[in-house]
Design a protein around this ligand. Structure first.
Ligand SMILES: NC(=O)c1ccc[n+]([C@@H]2O[C@H](COP(=O)([O-])OP(=O)(O)OC[C@H]3O[C@@H](n4cnc5c(N)ncnc54)[C@H](OP(=O)(O)O)[C@@H]3O)[C@@H](O)[C@H]2O)c1
Length: 321
């Protein structure tokens, strides 16, 4: 089968289209014919080989060479202990930890998959798992969003932010978004009432106060965010700069102890809310914002676009029609 392999840690030039062996499912695995796969920030980190990802995937060389976690496709074969799926089922899910999605076929534990609704395209399905779960868990499970909240999403133009904005349609809230100027109109169309171009304005220096901040970038000291949190406000980060995340991790409990504000970090529970997102899609509330789709051989170019931050929503690769 064809797959995009990572030769070594580095940039998109390390990604190459290769002919590799088709995987064989284990007892609890299904073999999925991949129709679409999306690019995540985690794929970018695995490709670059930053410190944390080297601990996960090999210090000097990547052990797993086929990246790609968020897939959608059709079940082609099932292991002998698989109970949930049969050949022909249309599925989607986040395979982070085992990866292998930038390929014509991938094996997945049956627990890492959910049923794709019939009205959802494979490209839409591949866009949802990681970013959709981070948005749901960041806003609802950890952020405890409620009607009346004044919300800010930092880094709103990518996967998490575009899902978060649409999930928030269920609540009576006002949302400010922060991203590049070019993305603000698209974000307003998704429900944002105010847009801030981060190249021109630092929202942490402003006078507005927010009940909930959802951050996909975490590129400032936690005390800058605290400054613009209202009394009782929650700052929720889904990811970003490692030193800044460490600071939030260490200072968060003390801040909660001594102030009315909370600093919280989302630990992704992969695939937990797939059915919830499927229902929001079926009701028409959430429609994934998709960049592309690109073809499998265009994965290195898709990574280049992702690395330059030119994508809107999720970058999707169409592997087969
Ligand atoms: N918590 C967990 O367990 C877990 C698991 C997986 C992933 N993650 C993390 O979750 C996050 C994924 O977010 P995502 O998929 O939405 O990322 P994304 O698609 O890369 O979107 C991020 C957005 O932020 C914008 N941006 C860049 N610099 C900015 C700045 N200084 N201020 C404001 N906005 C800025 C980018 O636009 P431009 O580049 O055009 O400026 C882009 O539109 C990542 O941080 C990832 O590491 C966490």
């Amino acid at each position: 089968m064809k797959a995009i392999e990572l030769n070594n840690y580095g940039g998109p030039e390390q990604l190459h289209l290769k002919e590799v062996e088709k995987p064989v499912p284990g007892d609890r695995e299904v073999l999925v014919a991949v129709h679409a796969v999306s690019v995540n920030d985690w794929d970018w980190g695995l490709m670059k080989g930053d410190f944390v990802n080297r601990l996960l995937n090999g210090i000097s060389k990547p052990k797993r060479r086929i990246l790609g976690s968020d897939i959608a496709g059709r079940v082609e074969a099932v292991g002998k202990m698989v109970t949930r799926f049969k050949v022909g089922d249309e599925v989607y899910g986040d395979l982070s930890g085992t990866w292998g999605g930038f390929a014509e076929y991938v094996c997945a534990n049956e627990n890492a998959l959910g049923f794709k609704p019939p009205g959802m395209t494979f490209e839409q399905a591949a866009a949802i798992p990681q970013a959709g779960m981070l948005a749901v868990q960041g806003l609802i499970d950890v952020g405890r969003v409620k009607s009346g909240d004044k919300i800010l999403i930092n880094g709103a133009g990518g996967g998490v932010g575009t899902f978060a904005l649409q999930i928030l349609k269920s609540y009576d809230v006002s949302v400010t978004v922060v991203d590049t100027a070019e993305k603000l109109e698209m974000l307003r169309a998704l429900g944002a009432v105010r847009g801030i171009d981060y190249r021109r304005e630092d929202f942490t220096a402003g006078e507005e106060r927010y009940d909930l901040i959802l951050d996909t970038k975490t590129n400032r000291s936690v005390f800058r965010y605290l400054r613009v949190l209202a009394k009782g406000g929650r700052y929720v980060t889904v990811g970003g700069s490692i030193p800044r995340l460490l600071q939030a991790f260490v200072c968060g409990p003390l801040i909660s102890l001594f102030t009315s504000k909370k600093v919280l970090i989302v630990a992704l529970k992969a695939n937990k809310d797939l059915d919830f997102m499927s229902r929001l899609f079926e009701s028409g509330q959430v429609v994934p914002v998709i960049g592309g789709p690109y073809r499998l051989e265009e994965v290195p170019e898709a990574f280049r676009i992702f690395g330059r931050g030119e994508h809107r929503g999720k970058m999707v690769i169409q592997v087969r029609r």
